[in-house]
Design a protein around this ligand. Structure first.
Ligand code: HEM
Length: 215
């Protein structure tokens, strides 16, 4: 997952102290120790480091909670569950985007509760998460990532990794939203849901996401 720091390609390594590494210290960048080097050739680094990934995770929770398509899954979470979600989701995105020292498996939230496998975390979610729910969630994540400055190229690289979690997260191939409140006038569908409907395909691709924002 982590490119070798000795790699002779252009993944220049820099001292952790590089001011824009995005990590304010050893505790925030996923376990790197002081004086360690940072791989600057990662999506994570270009985003602004693990701190920025954590901000994205927080923004994702807000976005999905406000999304009438899937918000009902999240608005009922207790505060500790929200913390658990954002902490563990940060780890997940941190690994997917290549943050130095960040791995999901075996990680814990800030309350020292273990982050479960994605299969375990989602299998008992009630009602069952459908493919349409999954698509809505990923669309919201993409929207937040774009808002937070992820480039189109990095989004293109990251999206397949997000979509690869479908098998663990989605519990049914159902292409309808399990508990949408959109038709009840609740919520606004979130920034990612201008089309308002369930995306029944697997085309949560950046071809959609970046069409109106090439930069
Ligand atoms: C890219 C897709 C997704 C990823 C990477 C993801 C990741 C995560 C992670 C890391 C957790 C915390 C793990 C743990 O509890 O230990 C979590 C929990 C949760 N996720 Fe997801 N998730 C995804 C999609 C979804 C979708 C589509 C829904 C529903 C629409 C959903 C609903 C939930 C809920 C309700 C929890 C809390 C479960 C509980 O604590 O019992 N997730 N997710």
């Amino acid at each position: 997952m982590i490119a070798s720091a000795c790699d002779s390609s252009n993944d220049t390594v820099q001292p952790l102290s590089k001011k824009d590494a995005g990590s304010s210290g050893a505790t925030d960048d996923g376990g790197k120790t002081d004086g360690a080097v940072v791989n600057t050739n990662t999506v994570c680094y270009r985003l602004g480091g693990f701190n920025k990934v954590q901000a994205i995770a927080g923004a994702v929770l807000k976005a999905v909670s406000a999304d009438c398509r899937i918000g009902a899954y999240f608005t009922g979470l207790a505060l500790t569950e929200q913390t658990h979600f954002t902490d563990c989701f940060s780890r997940q995105i941190g690994e997917l985007t290549g943050c130095d020292g960040v791995t999901y498996a075996g990680s814990k939230d800030s309350l020292q509760i273990a982050c479960r496998t994605l299969g375990d975390a989602h299998k008992a979610v009630d009602p069952q998460i459908t493919d349409a729910d999954f698509d809505a969630f990923v669309a919201d994540v993409v929207s937040v990532m774009r808002q937070q400055g992820m480039s189109t190229a990095d989004l293109t690289a990251t999206l397949p990794k997000l979509n690869a979690t479908r098998g663990d997260v989605s519990q049914t191939n159902d292409t309808t939203l399990a508990q949408s409140t959109c038709d009840a006038g609740g919520g606004d569908g979130g920034d990612a849901s201008q089309d308002g409907g369930a995306d029944t395909g697997s085309d949560t691709g950046v071809a959609d996401a970046d069409a109106d924002d090439a930069g």
